[in-house]
Design a protein around this ligand. Structure first.
Ligand SMILES: [Zn+2]
Length: 302
């Protein structure tokens, strides 16, 4: 009975003495073990919130948020990402991935190639070496700014690119993954100049091997696109390099990484003028400055 003395009927009531919401059905009986819209009333009529419930009628688990509404899509419960259908039914726990907007200020850098795999080779310099040079400068600057930096290689060693680099980053709390590369042989030799930045493109012909839960997760993809756009524009602004494209491709490292991921092609080694630039320490400093400004923009954007 409400404060007016009238009986609650087809309405929600918050009862302070039980610290809970209740729903009174037509005729004044409280709802229990049933759904009212997006809410679930437990035995005794208490509204479920911040908890799991099992509904035997639907033979499914549901998770109710703090406000009592059931969750859909990907939702973290006690730090673990859970997957729910659009109707709220729990599907399964996801492999460790990332949580949008939750940052540890840890950055995973991946200098491409290494060891037996030297990458492109032009005018007496190997791509694996250029990648490592930029990585070292970038790492130093980032650490100076207070970021924690992790890496797939810190020297000239072999690291498999199909799954190994992603397997490494997926085990960490890194906020995102940046793969460092230099380019060669644009299909059209008149445009083999400038910087390309890639994020992931889901292609059915290239199914994920170790990242089924996350490779095409919409939030991972949109955060990857955002990181790529931020770094690409800053790289162009700092270096004055030609815009060779903000692109998407199903590169293995972008596909198998469970966190936002980008791959940078920071200049064409087979273009003689660009080759001279990218091997110079001054120009590499500009590349590093561009990447850092992009990273800062990314963090500030959320
Ligand atoms: Zn490469």
């Amino acid at each position: 009975l409400k404060s007016s003395g009238a009986m609650a009927d087809k309405e929600w009531v918050y009862d302070q003495s039980y610290s809970s919401w209740f729903y009174l059905k037509s005729g004044g009986r409280y709802a229990q073990k049933q759904w009212i819209g997006s809410y679930y009333l437990k035995s005794g009529g208490y509204m479920a919130h911040k908890e799991w419930i099992y509904d035997p009628d639907y033979q499914a688990w549901y998770y109710l948020k703090d406000d009592g509404v059931y969750v859909t899509g990907t939702y973290a419960v006690d730090g673990k990402n859970q997957l729910f259908q659009g109707n709220g039914k729990w599907v399964r726990e996801l492999a460790q991935g990332f949580q949008k907007g939750h940052y540890s200020k840890t950055i995973f850098l991946d200098p491409g190639h290494g060891g037996k795999d030297r990458g492109a080779y032009y005018y007496g310099i190997a791509e694996k070496e250029l990648n490592l040079q930029v990585y070292r400068k970038l790492r130093k600057q980032l650490e100076g700014l207070g970021y924690t930096v992790l890496t797939s290689r810190d020297s000239d060693i072999d690291v498999d690119f199909i799954t190994e680099r992603s397997r490494m980053v997926n085990k960490t709390n890194a906020d995102f993954f940046i793969s460092l590369h230099f380019n060669a042989k644009g299909n059209d030799t008149t445009v083999n100049l400038g910087i390309q930045t890639y994020s992931y493109k889901d292609e059915p012909g290239f199914p994920s091997k170790i990242n089924k839960d996350w490779h095409n997760n919409p939030e991972r993809m949109s955060e990857s696109n955002r990181l790529a756009a931020d770094i690409h524009s800053s790289l162009l602004a700092e270096t004055g390099a030609r815009d060779a494209g903000l692109l998407q491709a199903t590169f293995a490292v972008l596909r198998e990484t469970a966190k936002p991921a980008v791959l940078l092609e920071m200049g064409y080694m087979d273009n003689p003028e660009e080759n001279q630039k990218i091997r110079s320490s001054d120009y590499q400093d500009k590349l590093v400055e561009g990447i850092i400004k992009g990273i800062q923009k990314y963090y500030a954007g959320n």
